[in-house]
Ligand binder design. Structure first.
Ligand code: EPZ
Length: 421
């Protein structure tokens, strides 16, 4: 298993480009199933989860071509399977996003239940509830969701809680359904909006995306399109937390500051000086961070996917921060690893109290999930001495060449391949 070796204490300086958003690219790749025409995607990030999704689509019969330079062309005219097998789904929960498109276009789907993951049980009951409301016959058999529908019928659906992939699955099911669907309590995340924009380019009739009420009028068929994936606001926020912890002066290109309001507010509160333009953000940190309390919420609130990263910044802050994680029930696994580096964190249920310390000390730590691994890298950049982050396959799922981008900013970081002593 690969590791990262980080020699901390160097301020960051320079400019990097932010990649396309993982959580927009994943549903958008699955949307290729909705049409026999070719879908051309640009700014697709090169990530492990993208590879897993392409592998899953290929198992279904989708042909794809990597056009180089983050461009992927997909052709779902020869789909010959409706089954998403456990061996693939268990490695990536977002595989559930083929359920809606398969049902919408082919009238049947057999998708392995994703099972839980490190950060929580993460059921998909709301996906199933919505599809059943659209007339699908659904049963759970041997760990698989088995769904059939001659043709889905539009209806009004209200999920019990805001669910990002639930909203995406139901929107992709509704675009080919008969009649009007209304998704109430819909997710408003920018990645949901990017998917809706892509579907509209393919001929779908969608309104209200970006609000909590999305109206979809089903059509008979969707056609191909070309789409540029929106920037990854979580990757950008992660690098902003890095400069907040390590100090320095960086510029991020190809960003979308308008989708990062809550993140930028909190980083400014922590003392990071931020200037923003249409597609760039400059961040300078010339002081010790200020303690910043926050609670995670659905968009436009502070995103749960940034909780671990801002906690890393808080461990070095002046003062005490109170963090409340409202979205997932087990998303503090980075805390004990940060404590091994000298952080002072008390976790009680959904609340973490962080008492800032003047410095962290480098240590060997273990990544447990995607954003936890980013948090440990941030701490390592600021810590005194050497930090080794183990199991960084978690990091590779959601960050494109992170160590290369950090090296370009002057960090002393290198990847130790799994078989290195
Ligand atoms: C998406 O996961 C993201 N993944 C997650 O990013 C992100 O943390 C999460 O949204 C919240 O923003 C992708 O987009 C691929 P949810 P998702 O359904 O859709 C509960 C990352 O680090 N729930 O919005 O799976 C659920 O347990 C990843 O990039 C149900 O109970 O999250 C959670 O408590 C991690 N039943 C809450 O709702 C359901 O049917 C929100 O989950 C669906 C969800």
């Amino acid at each position: 298993m690969d590791k990262l070796l980080i020699r901390g204490g160097r301020r960051l300086k320079g400019e990097i480009a932010i990649s396309g958003a993982k959580n927009a690219a994943l549903p958008i790749l699955c949307a290729s199933l909705l049409t026999p025409d070719t879908l051309v995607l640009e700014n697709v990030p090169e990530l492990r989860d993208i590879g897993t999704t392409l592998c899953l689509l290929e198992r279904l019969g989708v042909k794809y071509r990597n056009g180089g330079g983050h461009r992927v062309e997909l052709d779902a005219s020869q789909v010959d399977s409706i089954e998403a097998p456990y061996d693939l789904v268990k490695t990536m929960r977002a595989s559930i996003l083929v359920l809606g498109p398969l049902l919408a276009r082919f009238g049947e789907a057999r998708v392995s239940l994703p099972g839980g993951c490190a950060i929580g049980q993460r059921p998909v009951d709301q996906h199933i509830k919505g599809l059943a409301a659209m007339g699908a016959e659904i049963r759970i058999e041997h760990g698989y969701v088995v769904a059939r529908a001659r043709r889905l019928k539009g209806t009004t659906m209200r999920t019990d809680m805001v669910t990002v992939t639930g909203t995406e699955n139901l929107m992709m099911a509704a675009v080919l359904a008969e009649g009007r669907s209304v998704l109430e309590n819909a997710a408003r995340e920018p990645e949901v909006v990017d998917l809706a924009e892509l579907l509209i380019k393919m001929g779908a009739h969608i309104e209200g995306h970006g609000t909590d009420r999305i109206i979809i009028d089903g059509v008979e068929r969707l056609h191909g399109a070309t789409h540029h994936i929106a920037p990854d606001r979580i990757e950008a926020g992660t690098f902003l937390c890095a400069v907040g912890a390590a100090g320095g002066d960086i510029v991020l290109r190809h960003t979308a500051a308008h989708a990062m309001g809550a993140i930028l507010d909190k980083l400014r509160e922590a003392g990071v000086e931020i200037e923003e333009g249409g597609d760039w953000i400059r961040a300078r940190m010339r002081r010790r961070p200020r303690a910043t309390s926050f609670r995670t919420l659905e968009y436009p609130g502070f995103p749960t996917d940034m909780q671990a990263q801002l906690m890393a910044l808080d461990t070095l802050a002046e003062g005490t921060s109170v963090i409340v994680e409202n979205i997932f029930e087990n998303r503090y696994m980075h805390a004990p690893e940060l404590s091994r580096m000298g952080a002072q964190i008390e976790v009680e249920g959904d609340t973490a109290v962080v008492t800032g310390v003047a410095s962290l000390s480098g240590a060997t730590v273990m990544a447990t999930d995607l954003r936890a691994s980013a948090s440990l890298v941030i701490a390592g950049l600021a810590a005194q001495g050497e930090t080794i982050v183990d199991r960084i396959y978690h990091l590779d799922r959601g960050y494109e060449r992170m160590e290369e981008k950090l090296c370009a900013l002057g960090a002393d970081i290198q990847r130790l391949s799994g078989n290195a002593p």
